[in-house]
Design a protein. Structure first.
Length: 297
């Protein structure tokens, strides 16, 4: 077996492992949600769980919208455990939260272990934000990872011929060198998305712009640090979030929580419906993310 064969074999094995991990992860998350029950009655609080990467906003937006239209639901809690996700997906959920809140529904964000970047973007649209003091939040910023492996392909004797209609049509292609012109163009896109994020935080948190400029540089905060910085309203547990929500919504007595019932899925459902999601995460194009990324040493 030649050295090139070994490299190609390693790439194929790594790819298959990545796909397997993605499928197992999706199965685990969905299974954990399948036992939720719908509770009816007055004075209810709808709970929308936002877990993992925010790549598809549909399910989250539908739950928020459903609770928003239900008159028996007095308030909504976003129970967040997410490092963020796609810029467009995060913005859609943010807009849905604003829409429902502006119609008079109380919405509270509870940040548990992590609620950073795109997940924090969503939170600033809520009436109040409560965070676990030991959780992670912040990371106000935008990131785009650009894979480049044309040098590896050259060593393997592989080339990619591209026919395009314009100079930037295949911008940031992994098969070609990433040019300075392309970097500047993408930087402009990143800067515009950052401005949108910054403005959302400014409007939602009413923080002095000069001070916000200093801390909105992608840094992360513990929940306690975020409270001191004015990024969240208070710290506490999920039970504290329920208590705060009751006060804001005028709910008296013991509240009842609503978790919308999720469809039970099988491994076959995952293989048939979610394989596209897994492949989309490794499809190479400039993906703009509001996402926290911790670099290992």
């Amino acid at each position: 077996m030649t050295k090139a064969d070994k490299i190609i074999g390693l790439i194929v094995i790594s790819f298959l492992i990545f796909v397997a991990i993605g499928l197992i992860s999706n199965l685990t998350v969905r299974s954990s949600r399948s036992n939720s029950e719908v509770i009816h009655g007055q004075g209810n609080i709808g709970v929308v769980e936002i877990e993992g990467l925010i790549l598809k906003p549909d399910r989250i937006c539908k739950e928020i919208d459903k609770f928003g239209k239900n008159k028996r639901v007095k308030a909504i809690i976003l129970k967040i455990n997410s490092p963020g996700g796609g810029a467009a997906a995060s913005w859609e959920v943010y807009r849905k939260v604003l829409e429902v809140k502006e119609k008079g529904k109380v919405i509270v964000s509870y940040i548990g272990s992590v609620g950073a970047s795109g997940a924090y973007y969503i939170s600033v649209a809520c009436n109040k934000i409560i965070a676990n003091p030991s959780g992670i939040t912040g990371s106000i910023g935008v990131i785009a990872d650009i894979p480049v492996f044309y040098k590896l392909l050259n060593r393997l004797g592989i080339s990619m011929e591209t026919v395009k209609s314009g100079k930037y049509k295949n911008i940031a292609s992994p098969y070609d060198e990433f040019t300075e012109d392309e970097k500047q163009l993408l930087q402009g896109v990143i800067d515009d998305l950052y401005t949108q994020f910054f403005q959302a935080v400014y409007e939602g948190r009413k923080i002095n712009k000069n001070y916000l400029n200093k801390i909105a540089d992608g840094r992360i905060f513990t929940g306690l640090q975020a409270f001191k910085a004015g990024l969240v309203d208070t710290i506490g547990t999920f039970d504290d979030a329920i208590e705060l929500t009751c006060k804001l919504a005028g709910i008296e007595g013991e509240p009842r929580l609503i978790y919308l019932k999720k469809k039970k899925v099988t491994l076959l459902d995952i293989l048939l419906s979610d394989i596209g999601d897994v492949f989309s995460r490794i499809y190479f194009y400039p993906r703009m993310n509001y996402l926290i990324k911790l670099r290992g040493r």
